[in-house]
Design a protein around this ligand. Sequence first.
Ligand code: FNR
Length: 188
Amino acid sequence: STYDIGYFVGSLSSTSINRILSRALIRIAPEDLRFTEIPIGNLPLYSPDYDTAYPPEAMALKDGIARSDAVLFVTPEYNRSIPGALKNAIDWASRPWGQNSFHHIPAGVIGASIGAIGTALAQQSLRGVLCFCNARQMTAPEAYIRYSPQTFRDDGEITDETMAAFLKDYMTEFRDHVMRVLTVLPRP
Ligand code: FNR
């Protein structure tokens, strides 16, 4: 069987290295994973005032997650946490109260930075948020990716063998994690 993976790119930048990383992950993933991006850049800022009538962009976000067997977050680190745009999207998806889209969903977290710690603190921060949202996160392996143009081409080709092997293993482990979670907790 195949698994539908909805993925979030936490950056709105037109030259995002995390978007490049997302392309690389899709290219190197096991063949039984199918990827669909869940866009976050067009969402208004969340307010509980919307709970009685979600706008179309927010409905599309929740539908995108509902159609996914699992979600994958590919995010930069902003000021040692996640970008506001990504937090905003998570807040939208977690509401209205009682309709949290992340309940029991298999989830993976990864990110790239040009800095030495490769989004470690953003990922830690994101993991805390996803814990509260009751997502079933893959906790190992972790992947703190230091981006360099010598390692990734813009189209997502990985030009470094060690990096390619590492990311291939990460995506294989992610597939196995998704499979294990869905065995116990099938998606509605
Ligand atoms: C950054 N950057 C950054 N990098 C990092 O490793 N830790 C951090 O805390 C921050 N903080 C931060 C804040 C803000 C507002 C910006 C714009 C940038 C640098 C960041 O890693 C770099 O810009 C990446 O290219 C961002 O990822 P995308 O947008 O290219 O995917």
